[in-house]
Design a protein around this ligand. Sequence first.
Ligand code: HEM
Ligand code: HEM
Length: 493
Amino acid sequence: MENRPLEYDYTVAKLFMFTTIVLGIVGMLVGVILAFQLAFPEVNLLLGEGLAEYTNFSRLRPLHTDAVIFGFTVSGIFATWYYIGQRVLKVSMAESPLLMALGKLQFTLYVVTVAAVVVSLLAGVTTSKEYAEFEWPIDIAIVVVWVLWGINIFGLIGIRREKSLYISVWYYIATFLGVAMLYLFNNMAVPTYFASGGIGDWYHSVSMYAGTNDALVQWWYGHNAVAFGFTVPIVAMIYYFLPKESGQAVYSYKLSLLSFWGLMFVYLWAGGHHLLFSTVPDWMQTMGSVFSVVLILPSWGSAINMLLTMKGEWQQVASSPLIKFMILASTFYMFSTLEGPIQAIKSVNAIAHFTDWIVGHVHDGVLGWVVFMIMASLFHMAPRVFKREIYSKSMMNTQFWIQTLGVILYFTSMWIAGITQGMMWRAHDEFGNLAYSFIDTVTVLHPYYTIRAIGGLLYLIGFFMFAYNIYKTMTVGRRVEENELQTASPMGA
Ligand code: HEM
Ligand code: HEM
């Protein structure tokens, strides 16, 4: 009895795997449309002039960012938690009907909230703060979804059999606490309905902060959304899935803890790099720059730890498509965490800010690191939760190369576009007159925008292949038991 393996319950994990894939498709499809709109403005009217209000760039852009962040990425975080949590804590969700019921409630409320987000953004309802566009009724729903998730994390920890908390659990806890703090502070708002005695739309609100303070809180939030949305939970995933998939122990547990505390301490002070040369006090801007450069250390600490985990086993990168996904992800993580600090240096930021180089940085981080790692996680989970072998490994390989090409086209075109833009904006003659008008830059950038759109399209095609492969795995994949799949695991779970 004691030695019988635990039967984990993946009901909630499967539900969130489903939304990860669906919202990934929605978010990236909208991203591709945006990319084509920037290259060919007529695409703004893709459903005709009558519907232009809903299909123009400004309505679709927040839909893209929010679908990929709050939809795809957050679903991926939930899905992997509901898988990893049980396994590293050695406890099944089935053992607690309460946690199970709350998990399902969390999913239901999450889906309702996502629907409300899509409708409200398409209708043009927005607070106009980037990545924090939702009005207060939606914010409240998001807080409830988050709290339900927190109950599950601490509930499972409370009833665990495994005494020590594996490093991934630390990272999930930090994700929960970090996002909770950031989200609550940045979204503090006063509903105008109550403030103005009932005038205006009932859901409308104004930020509780004004002017420069608002900008500071917003970018403290925005930058740390990268920390606690795109970094910390993704590191949690790789620290679990890479050792499991490769059969290798994490290279250095000490280094993982050191970089954990490094990330926690340094990230929170770096947000000022979004506000260089603005009205924010100069010392804050300098602090933002300095902390950004220091951030290379804990970021590379994690990344090197991941890469060294493969020490002596590099042949697996060639033989296993899944390991390829994870190694490419950690390489892109290193890449974007070197690029970010460079862009945070004041003199570099003077050229990079407002240009496409920033958009390039964003997408080498998210496409190369975040999406690759989430897809790898789902690929690892699928055979174990559906008890079926991955439908096609060769399709995985093809997908890998198509998407890698997609990311490369995306970020290289944006680098060239961004630096060209930055240099043209600042060029002037000997009397100080600007050498170029804005439209000159737009004309020069057109080819690069087209290349980016093609890169994005390739990436989306790869994502469809991923969705198809998982669907086929679920439905017709060869039946397989977990013990047939298990690599010699250093972690037991
Ligand atoms: C050491 C780590 C990093 C540093 C120091 C850093 C630094 C920066 C800097 C300086 C900017 C440009 C600010 C501006 O001039 O507008 C920026 C923008 C951005 N970065 Fe990073 N970055 C890092 C890692 C990452 C990673 C890993 C990702 C994603 C996976 C990411 C996502 C973003 C996003 C989404 C923005 C755009 C924000 C916006 O303007 O809307 N960053 N980052
Ligand atoms: C097929 C893949 C994708 C394509 C073609 C794409 C395309 C775009 C485009 C055209 C923009 C607007 C850029 C601008 O305003 O100049 C954008 C912005 C953005 N996208 Fe994507 N995207 C894709 C996937 C993703 C994913 C997976 C994520 C996150 C997980 C993401 C996060 C963002 C963010 C944070 C911004 C705002 C950047 C900023 O303000 O600097 N994108 N994307």
